[in-house]
Write a protein that binds this ligand. Structure first.
Ligand code: HPA
Ligand code: ZN
Length: 324
């Protein structure tokens, strides 16, 4: 099973690039940029990654991003992630970034996007890994800030395939961003949103209805609504599930209790992803292994996760055939 998973080509659809910042690189960038971080060593950083819920993670995660200042930092961050993709046999990845985490600190939008996309261009050429970029709005911030961010993205439309919605789900429902997403769709962006991670199943309905999403990020709480589960299966609405993340943030107590195989059995287009691998203890292969160790899965079921991810990806229809 281990060999099969190692060799299986993988497609990642739910990865926050800021969440791939390993403590070692965090220290290197802190020194290079003379930014203070409240830890003595990379080991001390890792030891602090004990989360009780989504918010307890987000507080530490936004703090970690403070070491990212220059275009080269965003390049280094992204390049390190792409090297991990190569190791894990990831053939295509769709990367989230959170512009407001940086622009709110005075880092220009173009510094962030240029650093990320330079590394992705190099990865396509040198590692043979294709990619797309999705820009997420922080849902704890207001609609005005999201509209401003959308405006800032327009000159870089050729580099950004879609917009997403992340950060604190509770208290920040999809409807808060319905008008921003409508404008983004009109501008030609695809849309996705985190929904049904910590928030109720209703957020999944609303992300589909009000935000016009092409896929739902996480979405595991759909299980609480039988009608919704049937609707998701019938429409093949993809769910980008992040198993290790869900355990670390206590969405499920144990991997054995995770519902991913249940959802796969019910015919949903579920995929396996790493979310914030530097914080949650694993990249793509680790996530596949963790699921397969807790749930009996055949090779064809494991491969189905990759087939689902290709189906759910923003790879153009004519190119999709080359990935199957
Ligand atoms: N949920 C919401 N916001 C996030 C996440 C997540 O899992 N990771 C990074 N930002
Ligand atoms: Zn996420």
């Amino acid at each position: 099973m281990k060999d099969f998973i190692n060799g299986l080509p993988k497609v990642e659809l739910h990865l926050h690039i800021e969440g791939s910042l390993e403590p070692e690189l965090m220290f290197e960038l802190a020194t290079r940029n003379q930014v203070r971080i409240p830890f003595e060593s990379p080991e001390a950083v890792r030891a602090a990654y004990q989360f009780t819920n989504l918010q307890s993670f987000l507080d530490i995660y936004y703090q970690g991003a403070n070491v990212l200042i220059h275009e080269q930092d965003f390049y280094d961050l992204t390049w390190a992630y792409m090297l991990r993709c190569k190791q894990d046999n990831v053939i295509h990845t769709e990367i989230f970034f959170d512009p407001q985490t940086h622009t709110e600190r005075g880092i220009p939008f173009d510094t962030v996007i240029n650093g990320i996309s330079r590394a992705l261009d190099q990865a396509k050429k040198e590692l043979g890994i294709s990619s797309q970029i999705i820009m997420c709005f922080l849902r704890h911030l207001d609609e005005t800030s999201a509209f401003k961010t959308l405006e800032e993205a327009l000159p870089f439309k050729d580099k950004i395939v879609g917009v997403g919605l992340d950060s604190s789900e509770q208290g920040n429902p999809p409807e808060k961003f319905a008008r921003v997403f409508k404008t983004a769709l009109q501008a030609g962006f695809k849309t996705v949103a985190h929904a049904g991670e910590e928030g109720p199943a209703q957020n999944i309905y609303d992300a589909i209805e009000m935000l016009g999403v092409s896929r739902v990020d996480h979405g595991v709480r759909c299980i609480e609504d039988e009608t919704l589960v049937s609707q998701l299966a019938e429409s093949r609405m993809p769910l980008t599930v992040c198993p290790l993340s869900n355990i670390k943030l206590k969405v499920f107590k144990t991997m054995a209790e995770h519902n991913i195989t249940d959802l796969l059995d019910k015919g949903l287009c579920v995929t396996i992803n790493s979310d914030d691998p530097a914080y949650f203890g694993g990249y793509m292969t680790d996530n596949f292994l963790a699921v397969a160790q807790a749930h009996p899965l055949s090779n064809s079921q494991l491969a189905q996760f990759t087939l689902n991810a290709i189906e759910a990806s923003f790879i153009s229809d004519e190119d999709k055939a080359n990935y199957c």
